[in-house]
Ligand binder design. Structure first.
Ligand code: NA7
Length: 866
């Protein structure tokens, strides 16, 4: 049935089709109904509930405190519904959802026991054709998939199941009438949350229980019971405020994240804190125990060791205990579990653990399971083997978008979405908590409501504006996918074979699926997209198309976090200070930085300079020498800094490049203006070359390196050395260098404000350094040199969000044009200062590794990689 809508297109049967009537589908239905749009929902279960309808295995519970795992859209629920336990059971959560469905009369728009089988986009009519497995056919303007992240069970991957004559159960499709294992020999396959929750209860009934474990999991005791006072009190009388705080929090529960990093406190304090987190029995408490837990492997390993000790203290048989200790993945990189008596269950005489890594399955037989070593007989086999997470339910529907492309094909190499909500080529299709959104890393109840609200508000807005279709652009989607990956890449998560990575399903592309940037930050991004006139979306109304194309998050996430922290400190701009005050200020801030890696030796000394001694600090690698030598010039706009001010970066360069770094000081403006810094830099380079052997260097293996103003000095020193016939320099490393003092490049306009080094600060630096008349001198602006031929090979590092970016690129191009070998490293998403923030900006580490590789290449094969 199609009706004309007056735009030359025809109207749909309903405005919106929703697939799924779980937590997400119910709320979606409620919101859409209140917008006055027509909506039809299809649900494969015989009732509402989704996950909580299907997962009825013994012990099935929420692993987020249930007071948090609740809707906020209906404030009356706060008084109407009282959770009986800290972590409610599946029947209680299902009753809650049934109550919500009843209260709001939601069932009347839901067709149960019906699955959407096919959805096909009609680009001419601008609507979706929907077909169900029961033969329903209808058209809809919008199609919303509220199908859940963990709803598509994984197939049993053990060969021979069809032969088996005993009972087979999947935790994800448990019989409604329950199962009595009394007197039965039972096998459980899988030790994820479902296994860990059900094993103690199955053991309590069964005559014999054998657990087949492929990967041991971290689990902490839930300490379940009545809702703790503390949790009740946090919300009592201030529910609206509490729920609002949850929306802007990191994980969807209003807890203030710690800023404390693991090794900044004593071992005793750390153990006490781990113990508190163990006793709290809350996933977010233990995952947030220290700020660096999920980024610092050593910090993570320490907590993992604490948890291994706990397992060993509970499980009596040492071999079983050892098998239960997870050692192949950092804590938290696979979803940790909450349990009630899980580990203690292995002390029962009728419970046995089989380590599938040592004794793999051969096949399932008529009467049980054969491993490679033995034949075991079972009356029942329980598969607690998990789900095709996050994408399984989405690609299970045959969805065809514009130009006949199916979602399955589009995502063959991994899902790509814009905000986890939409995907290019599939107009008017929305995912609730799709891949690329916080979803499974957060309190699902909060994330679901945010998505539902965004989608409902969007549909209302588009209808009010007469927009027919909304679809993200390639640019926006590629940018979001990049951002999702950037966020994951600075953590330990991608190192594990987890379902977050798609690694649990054979053949599934290995891609980190959820967004790890946090619920609050994610919400800000979604809202900002709308505020910026649907940034990155193409909107079609009749014959008109509007599009404000762009990428919502371009700065590396850890760089953005540092900038936010600095913005919160609201520090006075350096250019408002006199140079001495600015120097003291920078020195005080530097004292709070992480120190950088340990080196073999640090030696402080002085070099005779043209106008007096110059301090230097030498960093020697921990390996046997002699080593190549790099003369390093610090940043600071020729006004700030000294031989030790870039200490963490120098240590990092030293260790990574396996070179002696000699950081030399030079005179600064305004006390000693141009060309004092250059004269000193050149003299220091000569001195280091002359004294290379005494410094532990390899004669002839000398490079220069500088950051910012120091990059300017390094570039100029190379020009002076070429013209003076020495010293011989084998390479120059120029990190975000100043190459032209006219400050007029496009990147000044683009990045002149908001990225720490501002155009105003650069002006302050230049004014203190060089007279106007001197600024075009190639010793001040090396880009202006008549001839760049014959200079040493160069590494030029430019940062995307740096006012100096374009002059760095221009210098790299000019060197190349002059025949100088150049490696240009463009640091995407970085700022002028971020690459120097060793151990603070983790995304800079791989760039510094590239720089070190390039430095080593200057020195040829004689220098082994560190
Ligand atoms: P999970 O967490 O994916 O756990 C599934 C478990 O089953 C896990 O231990 C798997 O080992 C194991 N498994 C999966 N396939 C096999 C095969 N073929 N052979 C042996 N063992 C296998 O699913 P759950 O249902 O427990 O929990 C899902 C989420 O629901 C949970 O994280 C909470 O968020 C709620 P593996 O680790 O893959 O080696």
């Amino acid at each position: 049935m199609v009706a004309s809508n007056g735009h030359g297109t025809t109207g749909p049967d309903v405005d919106v089709v929703v697939a799924g009537a779980g937590f997400a589908g119910l709320h979606m239905l409620y919101r859409l109904r209140h917008l006055g749009v027509s909506v039809r929902a299809f649900e494969s279960g015989a009732d509402v509930g989704g996950t909580w309808y299907w997962n009825r295995y013994p012990g099935a519970r929420c692993d987020i405190p249930t007071v948090d795992y609740s809707y906020s859209f209906d404030p009356e629920l706060e008084d109407e519904w009282t959770w009986s336990e800290k972590y409610a059971t599946q029947p209680e959560i299902l009753r809650y959802l049934q109550h919500v469905a009843d209260k709001h009369d939601l069932r009347r728009d839901i067709q149960f026991s019906t699955t959407v089988a096919e959805a096909t986009w009609d680009d001419e009519q601008r609507l979706w054709h929907i077909r169900t497995d029961r033969g329903d056919e209808l058209t809809a303007r919008y199609y919303v998939m509220a199908t859940g992240c963990l709803s598509m069970p994984k197939a049993a991957e053990v060969e021979g199941l069809e032969r088996y004559r005993g009972d087979v159960y999947f935790t994800s499709r448990w019989p409604h009438e329950g199962v009595d294992f009394t007197g039965k020999r039972v096998a459980v396959i899988g030790t994820g949350s479902s296994g860990i929750q059900s094993i103690p209860l199955i053991a309590a009934q069964a005559e014999a229980l054998t657990v087949f474990q492929r990967t041991p999991n971290f689990s902490i005791p839930a300490h379940n019971g009545p809702v703790p006072e503390k949790m009740r009190d946090a919300i009592a009388g201030r529910a609206a405020e509490y729920r609002e705080a949850a929306k802007w929090s990191v994980g969807g529960i209003p807890v203030e994240p710690t800023q404390v990093v693991t090794f900044s406190v004593t071992p005793e304090e750390r153990t006490a804190r781990y113990e508190d987190a163990w006793q709290a029995g809350e996933l977010f408490a233990i995952l947030g125990v220290y700020a660096d837990l999920m980024v610092n492997p050593d910090a993570n390993a320490e907590l993992a060791g604490f948890l291994h000790d706990k397992i060993r203290s509970i499980v009596e048989d040492p071999e079983t205990a050892d098998t239960l200790c997870p050692k192949d993945h950092p804590f938290g990189t696979k979803r940790p579990c909450l349990d009630t008596n899980y580990f203690a269950t292995y002390n029962l005489p009728h419970v046995r653990l089989v380590d599938l890594r040592k004794h793999p399955f051969r096949s399932i037989t008529e009467s049980g399971i054969d491993t490679v070593d033995e034949s075991l007989e079972f009356d029942a086999i329980v598969f607690a083997t998990g789900f095709d997470a996050m994408t399984g339910a989405l690609v299970a529907v045959d969805i065809t978008g514009r130009d006949g492309v199916t979602l399955k094909d589009k995502w063959a190499h991994g899902p790509t979405t814009y905000l986890g909500l939409t995907t290019v080529g599939f107009p008017n299709l929305f995912f609730i908590t799709g891949p690329g959104s916080p979803s499974v890393l957060s309190n699902m109840a909060v994330s679901i409501e945010q998505h539902v609200d965004w989608v409902a508000d969007c549909i209302a807005d588009l209808r009010a504006r007469g927009v027919d279709t909304i679809e993200p652009t390639e640019t926006a989607e590629a940018g979001w996918v990049q951002h999702v990956n950037d966020c994951a890449d600075i953590t330990l998560y991608p190192t594990a074979n987890s379902w977050y990575m798609g690694a649990n399903v054979p053949g599934k592309p290995r891609v980190f699926l959820p967004y790890i940037g946090g619920v609050g930050k994610y919400r800000i991004a979604c809202d900002e997209v709308v505020d910026r006139d649907y940034l990155g979306f193409r909107l079609k109304s009749g014959a008109d198309t509007t599009c404000n194309d762009g990428v919502i998050r371009r700065v590396q996430p850890d760089v953005a976090a540092v900038m936010e922290m600095m913005a919160m400190l609201d520090l006075p701009p350096l250019e408002t200070m006199d140079p001495d005050t600015a120097r003291a200020f920078v020195e005080a801030s530097s004292a709070m930085r992480p120190p950088g890696p340990d080196v073999g030796e640090i030696v402080d000394g002085t070099i005779p300079g043209p106008a007096g001694d110059l301090a230097y600090r030498l960093y020697r690698p921990p390996t046997d020498g002699p080593h190549p030598v790099v003369v390093y010039f610090h940043g600071g706009g020729w006004v700030l800094g000294n031989a030790t001010s870039d200490d963490p970066l120098c240590r990092d360069l030293c260790v990574r490049s396996n070179s002696v770094i000699v950081s030399v000081d030079y005179r600064h403006g305004p006390e000693a203006r141009f060309p004092a810094a250059i004269d000193d830099g050149f003299a220091a380079t000569r001195w280091v070359a002359d004294n290379a052997v005494a410094l532990g260097g390899i004669p002839g293996e000398l490079a220069v390196f500088g950051w910012s103003a120091g990059g300017n000095i390094a570039a100029v020193v190379c020009q002076l050395a070429r013209d003076a016939g020495g010293p011989a320099i084998v390479g120059q490393g120029l990190m975000t260098p100043v190459t032209d003092l006219d400050m007029s490049s496009g990147s000044y306009a683009e990045n002149g404000e908001g990225y720490i080094l501002t155009a105003a600060l650069m002006k302050w630096f230049c004014d203190h350094y060089a007279d106007e008349a001197d600024r075009s001198d190639p010793r001040a602006s090396p880009l202006r040199a008549d001839n760049l031929a014959g200079l040493p090979p160069a590494i030029v590092i430019t940062s995307e969000f740096d006012p100096l970016r374009d002059e760095g690129i221009a210098y790299a191009d000019a060197l190349t044009a002059a025949g100088v070998p150049v490696q240009h490293i463009a640091a995407r998403g970085h700022t002028h200062t971020s690459l120097t923030m060793v151990d603070m900006v983790i995304s800079g580490a791989k760039i510094r590794a590239e720089i070190a590789d390039a430095l080593r290449a200057f020195f040829g094969a004689s220098v082994p990689a560190h």
